[in-house]
Design a protein around this ligand. Structure first.
Ligand SMILES: O=P(O)(O)O[C@@H]1C[C@H](O)[C@@H](CO)O1
Length: 297
């Protein structure tokens, strides 16, 4: 009963939100971008902007984290129509996973076909340094593995199947194109592919947790992204993801370093221009299916 009401509200609500947005802007985005901590300035590069505070959008959750402005910005990048979330929602803020991923279904209803996710993350791999950019090849969704999954509850068939495949959820062609672009921009030295893991947060990892993640083959750890990608893949969106490495995760009891959110935001500011260039070029050069069909409407 609980799930039925929840599901009904979520499905109806995303349609209502998408309809409201379409009545307020002429943009019909093909690409959606979710900005991670400290990376919100990506939205400032959109041309011909229409922007909406989350608090003014019917049904939209609210951002509570510093470095997440709470604005939805529509506009154009390299001639492609985009919508950009300046601020995302995290499970640790107290939002349900259905709420944290609510915008993804709204994007689907707006006709978006490709989702870009960006995040700030801590590095576990010795070869990833603060300031490096990791192209996400795959993820480990720790909350999802124990049943905290936005797709739990009755399946909404109009978005996708009950048991969606997640292999290949980060598009290979876009990953290759991003690497090519990085070479042309002269920033390939900062970039490599890797595996992102989502943990629940809001605390950063203990040393024992960091060691566990490292042994499991995780290259970078953060507190977001995986649920958005699960919902996007479920409803057939093509996904591209970037992690900006903002800190090394402390793995040694001899190490006196410790991570904090201000440091995370600072690295975001330092690398925002490079992330912007990469995303802009990639959007400019990627192929897109031009018929905005407002799928799943
Ligand atoms: O929204 P993202 O995943 O970029 O934010 C990361 C994870 C925490 O929210 C915060 C920690 O500094 O940054």
């Amino acid at each position: 009963m609980f799930w039925e009401i929840f599901d009904f509200l979520s499905s109806k609500c995303s349609t209502k939100t998408a309809d409201w947005l379409m009545s307020q802007t002429k943009h019909r985005p093909q690409v959606a971008i979710i900005c991670g901590s400290g990376l919100g300035m990506l939205a400032d590069t959109l041309k011909c902007q229409d922007s909406f505070a989350y608090s003014d959008i019917p049904g939209f959750p609210q951002s509570t984290v510093q470095g997440h402005a709470g604005r939805l910005v529509f506009g154009e990048l390299k001639g492609k129509s985009c919508v950009c979330m300046q601020g995302r929602f995290h499970m640790y803020e107290g939002h349900s996973l259905l709420k944290t991923t609510f915008p993804v279904r709204v994007f689907k209803l707006l006709g978006v076909e490709t989702l870009f996710v960006t995040n700030a993350a801590g590095s576990l791999a010795d070869c990833l340094q603060p300031g490096d950019i990791m192209i996400i090849k795959d993820h480990v969704n720790f909350p999802g593995l124990v049943g905290l999954n936005p797709l739990c509850g009755p399946n909404d068939d109009k978005f996708g199947p009950r048991f969606p495949a997640m292999s290949g959820c980060y598009d290979k062609n876009l990953r290759c194109l991003a690497m090519e672009i990085a070479k042309q921009l002269g920033v390939a030295g900062l970039m490599q592919e890797g595996v992102y893991a989502m943990v629940g947060g809001p605390n950063f990892e203990t040393i024992a947790e960091a060691r566990l993640l490292h042994r499991l083959g995780v290259d970078a750890v953060g507190m977001s992204t995986a649920p958005e990608v699960v919902v996007a893949t479920h409803c057939g969106l093509r996904v591209f993801g970037l992690s900006l490495i903002t800190n090394k995760v402390v793995k040694s009891y001899e190490d006196s370093d410790s991570v904090n959110h201000e440091g995370v935001l600072e690295v975001g500011r330092l690398r925002s221009h490079t992330v912007q260039q990469l995303v802009t070029e990639l959007i400019g050069r990627m192929e897109i299916n031009n018929n905005n069909t407002n799928n799943a409407a």
